[in-house]
Design a protein around this ligand. Structure first.
Ligand code: FAD
Ligand code: FES
Length: 436
């Protein structure tokens, strides 16, 4: 099926390209420049029209489930490449071990990995965004991973990040990893004509680079802004690539923020603004609010940016964001809701307390807002629960909900089936019986 689409897409593009070439050369030979220029433009317009129709068809095809796979699939690491001076972010290029065709993905989606890390009682599950644009004849996927050291003020002996260090230190070219199919709803709509703003912090640039590359590859005419904040040149990932995209696409504007530039960082060349990504500056550059915003970065940056945009009057539906870590974003507000509402006279109702039965573990506990999500509650009570992203994105924690109702800290990346819930972002709305 996919080969058919690829052949069709490839064939049409080839015919279109050959037509353009043939037309251009025939008219050049004849020396009828003025006429030829007009014809060139017409053929190029035709080519663009064909490309965009094919893209639309391709978009529709990619939704078909037979192009994807279920469960785990083996991939071979075919290449590694550092993306920053500090060698903290490394890209891994993954080709399917079975050599069968790869489904294209939507720019912004991620892969989920199950890693057999020595000393861990069970496979470690982590998600990594696809960090390049999908292509028609997808030969490999690319992910880009930042190595995580222990947090700055962690007590001595705190271990570094399990999965990121496993990738950096253990996975060499030729090694095999097990991967779940691309998923996630933090995706750009390539058929839309709306102007778009991509706001990235640190390694949060990965899904946004995928979107940027996809827009550039489809020769989109949309107005595109790319805001990217890092510490300094040492952390600045995909430097040459970003410069190239900016040069080759007049509709792409990039603004680079360095929070802590060194004396070697060149303002106006390496970066544009000293300081953190600032909504005030974004507002002054954009002037209007009618953009679709995509935000991914460290939680404090995301909180500041999404709140700032909402305060500016950007409708919540126009602000898409993805949390890489625990679902901290928007969690506070939901937990405050759960703390108890005020009545009409402003009197605070008592905080909610619910009974939660972990049926398989045969444990019954009480939940109040200070206990966080159902996953937090389970772990705090010694109940082992399977999880991956802890952010409602990967589906690893999906669990049958036998009785009761839950609310979510934020909308799940993919809604669970009726009768199931995602404990990593779920808060009780009533007494519950859950199958953990
Ligand atoms: C949808 C999605 C997409 C993502 N895409 C990317 C991507 O493209 N690139 C990327 O790099 N990441 C991405 N992530 C994040 C990634 O999934 C991992 O969360 C990240 O790599 C950290 O995992 P880890 O196993 O290395 O660290 P973990 O082992 O989970 O540790 C996290 C941090 O906690 C510290 N720590 C460990 N134990 C303790 C302790 N006892 N006390 C205090 N601190 C402790 C560690 O030192 C580390 O700093 C994505 C996440 C999601 C949900
Ligand atoms: S752990 Fe990923 S959805 Fe819950």
């Amino acid at each position: 099926m996919q080969i058919g689409i690829i052949a069709e897409v490839g064939g049409l593009l080839l015919i279109a390209a050959v037509s353009v070439r043939a037309a251009i050369s025939i008219y050049s030979i004849a020396g009828r420049r003025a006429h030829a220029n007009r014809q060139d433009r017409e053929y190029i317009q035709l080519f663009e029209f064909l490309s965009s129709s094919i893209l639309k068809k391709f978009e529709a095809e990619r939704e078909k489930p037979e192009l994807s796979w279920t469960g785990k699939r083996k991939f071979r690491v075919v290449r590694r490449q550092y993306e920053d001076y500090n060698n903290d972010i490394c890209s891994f290029f993954l080709a399917p071990y079975d050599h069968r065709p790869l489904p294209p993905y939507r720019p912004g989606q991620f892969l989920t990995f199950e890693l057999p890390i020595a000393g861990q009682p069970q496979p470690v599950v982590r998600c990594y965004s696809l960090s390049d644009s999908p292509t028609v004849n997808q030969q490999y996927y690319r992910i880009s991973i930042k190595r995580l050291a222990p947090p700055p003020h962690a007590p001595p002996g705190t271990p570094p990040g399990l999965s990121s260090n496993y990738f950096h230190d253990n996975l060499r070219e030729g090694d095999i990893v097990e991967v779940l199919a691309p998923s996630g709803e933090f995706c750009i709509d390539q058929q839309s004509e709306r102007p778009v703003v991509l706001i990235a912090g640190g390694v949060g640039l990965t899904p946004l680079i995928s979107m940027l590359n996809a827009l550039a590859a489809s020769r989109s005419k949309r107005e595109i802004w790319f805001f990217y904040g890092v510490r300094n040149r040492g952390d600045h990932a995909m430097y040459d690539h970003l410069q190239r995209v900016r040069r080759q696409n007049p509709n792409v504007r990039t603004v680079i923020f360095y929070g802590d530039p060194t004396s070697k960082c060149r303002k106006g060349i390496d970066y544009d603004v000293e300081g953190f990504v600032s909504v005030e500056l974004i507002k002054s550059l954009l002037k209007a609010r009618n953009y679709k915003f995509y935000v991914c970065g460290p939680p404090p940056m995301m909180e500041l940016v999404t709140t700032g945009l909402e305060e500016w009057g950007v409708p919540a539906d126009d602000i898409m964001f993805e949390a890489f870590g625990p679902a901290s974003l928007k969690k506070t507000a939901k937990l405050e809701d759960a703390a108890g509402e005020s009545d009409d006279a402003g009197r605070q109702e008592p905080a909610k307390i619910f009974k939660v039965v972990f049926a398989r573990s045969k444990k019954t506990v009480q939940w109040t807002k200070s206990m966080g999500t159902l996953l937090d509650l389970a772990e705090a009570n010694g109940v082992k629960a399977r999880c991956g992203c802890r952010a409602g994105n990967c589906g690893t924690c999906v669990t049958p909900l036998r009785q009761g109702e839950v609310d979510y800290v934020h909308k799940p990346g993919k809604d669970p089936e009726p009768g199931y819930c995602l404990p990593c972002i779920a808060l009780p709305k009533s007494d519950l019986v859950i199958d953990i």
